[in-house]
Write a protein that binds this ligand. Structure first.
Ligand code: IPM
Ligand code: MG
Length: 352
């Protein structure tokens, strides 16, 4: 099979981690007889520096013409503390989500036995936790009407959802639950918000179509508490854009494996696969960043194209590397050798 993959490495450690994922994909291509054509494109702070736009039209074209997009990270500290900056790398991310119709962000959170001691939670609480957060990504307060009064003393952001948007994301969440432990938690703030009440209404109407799924409704504040108290109680969680931003970050740190967790943003036109961590500017160019989250994002990319054996080969190589202690400095055991980013990539490619 011939695959066209758009490569948006982005800022900070983006280029070096994406390079390792490409090594791994190349090894998969050789083993399974595929041809992969990569098309690189700029995004984020580096795109602002080059052309003044964090998601240039040329990059959008590359994404539209790709079977899938591999994404590194964006963000640069020089923009973070400057409220007057007119364009920011994050705007590129939001523009990409909207223009590609990336309506769902999927974050599987699994535990890795060798890393459980890195969890901020007690072993007995977190051991065996395994969940997926499904976040709506192109609606809600992120994209609603916003503005400031003329005298500058009042500002507003509006949260809006339509029935179609809610149905679309819930359908995807139900389908994940069907493939997993058949439990779905719908997270909202229906005691306060009109949009949440619409979410609940739509979800309740859909329950009849998924009789084998156990559906549970939880207010977001309660969910935030329960997630750290009883993480194992969750299987698939689905929620709107901003609650999902917060809950997915919370979920991702409880297993202690932030550097290992991948994500997929499912789109109408194409889908984007990226690690959940950021651009880690302090480590850029040092060959020390952990490439596993990006490599596992490449595995999700393969799965999305129904290349299941290929994805399994990637996951198996990653598990073997962890068992063998072939790991970057963030996760290596005390007293053991820390491998470089590029060495982990080489090892994985060879294992495949
Ligand atoms: C994320 C990030 C973004 C978001 C930021 C960078 C705009 O936090 O992908 O979760 O809030 O969606
Ligand atoms: Mg976030």
């Amino acid at each position: 099979m011939k695959l066209n993959i758009g490569v948006l490495a982005g800022d900070g450690i983006g280029p070096e981690i994406v390079e390792q994922a490409q090594k791994v994909l190349d090894a998969v291509a050789t083993k399974f007889n595929h041809e992969i054509v990569y098309t690189p494109a700029i995004v984020g702070a580096c795109a602002i520096d080059e052309v003044g736009d964090p998601y240039p039209e040329a990059t959008h074209e590359v994404c539209m013409n790709s079977d899938a997009v591999l994404f590194g990270a964006i963000g640069d500290p020089k923009f973070d503390n400057d409220p007057s900056a007119k364009v920011r790398p994050e705007q590129g991310l939001l523009a990409m989500r909207k223009k590609l119709g990336l309506y769902a962000n999927i974050r599987p959170v699994t535990t890795f036995p060798s890393l459980l001691d890195k969890s901020p939670l007690r072993l007995d609480i977190v051991e065996g936790a395994d969940m997926v957060v499904v976040r709506e990504l192109t609606g809600g307060i992120y994209f609603g009407e916003k503005g400031r009064s003329e005298d500058g003393t009042k500002a507003f952001d509006t949260c809006t959802y339509t029935t179609e948007e809610i149905e679309r994301i819930l359908k995807l969440a139900f389908s994940y639950a069907e493939k997993r432990d058949k439990r779905l938690t719908v997270i909202d703030k229906a005691n306060v918000l009109a949009t949440s009440r619409l979410w609940r209404q739509v979800a309740q109407a859909m329950e009849a179509d998924y009789k084998d799924i156990e559906v549970d409704y939880m207010f977001v504040d309660n969910a935030a508490m329960q997630l750290v108290q009883w993480p194992k109680k969750f299987d698939v969680m689905v929620t709107e854009n901003m609650f999902g931003d917060i809950i997915s970050d919370e979920a991702s740190v409880i297993t202690g494996s932030l550097g290992l967790l991948p994500s997929a943003s499912v789109g109408i036109h194409t889908s984007v696969f990226e690690p959940i961590h950021g651009s880690y500017p302090q480590a850029a160019g040092k060959d020390i960043a952990n490439p596993i989250a990006t490599v596992l994002s490449a595995a999700m990319l393969l799965e999305s194209l129904n290349l299941l054996d290929e994805a399994a080969a990637v996951r198996e190589a990653v598990n073997k590397s962890l068992e063998a202690g072939v790991a970057t400095e963030d996760i290596v055991n005390e007293g053991e050798k820390a491998y470089k980013t590029s060495e982990v990539g080489d090892w994985l490619a060879k294992a495949i």
